[in-house]
Design a binder for this molecule. Sequence first.
Ligand SMILES: Nc1ncnc2c1ncn2[C@@H]1O[C@H](COP(=O)(O)OP(=O)(O)O)[C@@H](O)[C@H]1O
Ligand SMILES: [Mg+2]
Length: 246
Amino acid sequence: MTLVLDSLAVSRGRTAVLHDISLTVSAGEFVCLLGPNGAGKTTVLDTVAGLLRPRGGTLTWEGADLGRTPTHRLISLGVSYAMEGRRLFKRLSVADNLMLGAPPRMGRAAAAAELDRMHELFPPLAGRPGEPAGALSGGQQQMLVIAQALMCRPRLLLLDEPSAGLAPRLVEEVFDGLRRLRGEGGPAVLLVEQDTADALALCDRGYVVDDGRVAFGGACSDLAEDPRVQAVYLGGAAAVPEGDAT
Ligand SMILES: Nc1ncnc2c1ncn2[C@@H]1O[C@H](COP(=O)(O)OP(=O)(O)O)[C@@H](O)[C@H]1O
Ligand SMILES: [Mg+2]
């Protein structure tokens, strides 16, 4: 296990938001966080990224205590965060937006190689390097956000709701790129997603977060059959009696 959250508790301002989050992500593994709006999924990612400090519990990444690591050190530790609704520089070109994701120490040749790799992962970005990011479709802009976060060659990608606001066909285009990334054995991914079906089809394991706690988790193939997954969106995991969870 490279990322380990153990009984993590986190507040936003004076509000306790996460009460008890325990989860693991292994090298190269794709893990999704599911659960209703307001459950605390983004707060989990923000905390892993060092934007919030744990109030209790532990948070380690490759053996280092991430709960005390400043956000600006994240990239050098191999962690990259594609935040929800992240803004691109809409007037800058697609290529310039990608290059902004390359750390300065990477060098031009390596950055150019990464750029080519991003074009292979997300072919819709390949034909239009000089076009302003603002001229891309919503799905292509989301691909650009993910590709920008991948330019630093992370070992862990934190990815918040890549399907948000996209029409189903565009969601599929974005997930096609994520499937290619997975096929390459590329970084571990901790994916927050409202689109339960796509997330469960893509990932190895998943956790359902409800009211700041991990309600349950397991292999995505099991979760896809688990009635509690849908029930949690309709009023909490407790809505399903034990006997029905078969
Ligand atoms: N800046 C904030 N200050 C106080 N509470 C917040 C803030 N942002 C989010 N929250 C609260 O934290 C809870 C979890 O939010 P969030 O992590 O964004 O949930 P999710 O991503 O699962 O929808 C929600 O109840 C939300 O109202
Ligand atoms: Mg969120």
